[in-house]
Design a protein around this ligand. Structure first.
Ligand code: PNS
Length: 154
């Protein structure tokens, strides 16, 4: 599985999902929908954008989860979590989460180095740049760009 908040999915996420889909028979992208105040897109919008952006990858499906990630893994017999790492700063927290998830349910986390073209990229920065009228067309899939433009306009 490739888990995340995906608010919204970026080209950096998409790169990791695409590479993971060539390593595994099946990939499920799961969108965390735990309550949080700072979300721009509703869970169903985030799912829709990911479905559209990954439609060219036949072994990728999209789902949502609430609560603990490992509970979803156990319920769906998922053995591995794939996470992209952009920089050493990502590693500290991701390592901690990976170790916690393994100790909770013996689910392993595999880290994939981000493409250096995307090491500066995050959903938060994309939202900030788009809010102030910056060009994010090279940073997000077309499915996101359209909705992002509408959302920041309103
Ligand atoms: O895109 P993000 O914000 O890096 O995604 C983080 C996410 C949603 C994958 C992570 O916060 C998560 O797994 N949340 C679910 C709650 C949980 O299982 N917490 C314990 C992790 S050790």
């Amino acid at each position: 599985m490739c888990p995340g908040s995906f608010d919204p999915i970026t080209n950096g996420h998409l790169d990791v999902i695409e590479r993971a889909s060539s390593l595994f028979d099946e990939i499920v992208v799961v969108v965390g929908i735990n309550q949080s105040k700072n979300r721009l897109f509703e869970p169903d919008e985030r799912v829709e954008m990911i479905r559209e952006a990954t439609s060219y990858l036949p072994n990728v499906s999209v789902d949502t989860f609430k609560g603990l990630l490992v509970d979803f893994c156990v319920a769906h017999d998922i053995k591995a979590i794939v996470k992209g790492l952009r920089a050493v700063s990502d590693f500290d927290y991701e390592l901690q989460m990976g170790q916690m998830n393994h100790s909770l349910a013996k689910v392993d986390t595999l880290f994939m180095p981000a493409d250096p073209h995307y090491s500066f990229l995050s959903s938060s920065l994309v939202k900030e740049v788009a809010t102030y009228g910056g060009d994010v067309s090279k940073l997000v899939p077309e499915a996101v760009l359209r909705r992002l433009k509408e959302r920041v306009r309103s």
